[in-house]
Design a protein around this ligand. Structure first.
Ligand code: ADP
Ligand code: MG
Length: 258
């Protein structure tokens, strides 16, 4: 028996702008079919503007879609009751490109990490939440005693580590990473990538890793979808797609790297 995929997008589309005027419709996404199985690390590769973030925002329910069906763990999210929507917020977390934008500048690092815990793990006492926050900081490679500091006191790479700690605090089953390395200095990218490699190894996570970097996708992803102009143009195992692309656009992306 095959297990139900965590994410199933079927014919998902999204238009921005006025729906009724055909000539003013701009298509952000068309007919996106995508499956993510439990335990997989799935890459979404594509150039800027290809629709990757729109897919990430739909999957995390931060954005709506205008066509098709999205099933999470076998259930159509369009039919979610309030309680399903609440539970979903703990099951699916996102790490954005810019950690500064995603962290509240007026909240201490510890408070940011504990916010989700208070909501989704109400059985924990405040002391237990604090202990958990310190453990999470250590897990992502930061000093456990930096809970009382503020985001601006950290470097970009450290801030991304904080955003990752906050995302995994509620023990999500799916972590969507939308170009989490792209805002970082090149010298820092490899270190944060190492952290993702460690999390994949040590935690029971399913990951969607969005990137425009072929080498990053090659390193950590089991399967990959390639997007161009709002469509998926190729999919397959990372090895197949990145060594023997069947699509001309993918081939051009790869050629640009070497
Ligand atoms: P990527 O993450 O691959 O760079 P995006 O998903 O951000 O791509 O954008 C895909 C397309 O959708 C782009 O053409 C972009 O201009 C358009 N788009 C994204 N967000 C909006 C929006 N809020 N309003 C109008 N168009 C948008
Ligand atoms: Mg994007």
């Amino acid at each position: 028996m095959t297990e139900t995929p965590l994410v199933t997008l079927e014919g998902v589309g999204k238009t921005f702008g006025k729906q009724l005027l055909v000539q003013s419709r701009s298509f952000a996404l068309s007919d996106v079919n995508l499956v993510v199985n439990r335990g997989e690390v799935v890459g979404i590769l594509g150039e800027s503007g290809s629709g990757k973030s729109t897919v990430a925002n739909i999957i995390t329910r931060l954005a709506s879609y205008t066509a098709g069906t999205y099933r999470y763990d076998g259930r159509d999210v369009a039919g979610f009751a309030k309680s399903d929507a609440f539970g979903f917020k703990a099951r699916v977390q996102i790490v954005f490109q810019d950690p500064f934008g995603s962290l509240n500048p007026r909240a201490t690092v510890g408070a940011s990490i504990m916010e989700g815990l208070a909501l989704h793990k109400p059985e924990l006492t405040k002391a237990q939440r604090q202990t958990r926050a310190a453990q999470l900081l250590e897990e992502v490679g930061l000093p456990a005693d930096c809970s009382d500091r503020y985001p601006h006191e950290f470097s970009g790479g450290q801030r991304q580590r904080i955003a990752i700690a906050r995302a995994i605090a509620v023990e999500p089953e799916l972590l969507v990473c939308d170009e989490p390395l792209s805002s970082l200095d090149v010298s820092i990218q490899a270190q944060v990538l190492e952290l993702f490699v460690k999390l994949i190894r040590e935690r029971d996570l399913t990951i969607i890793f969005i990137s425009h970097d072929v080498n990053v996708v090659r390193l950590i992803c089991d399967r990959v979808y390639v997007m161009n102009q709002g469509r998926i143009v190729e999919e397959g195992t990372a090895r197949d797609v990145l060594t023997n692309p069947q699509n001309e656009y993918t081939a051009r992306l790869l050629a640009a790297v070497y």
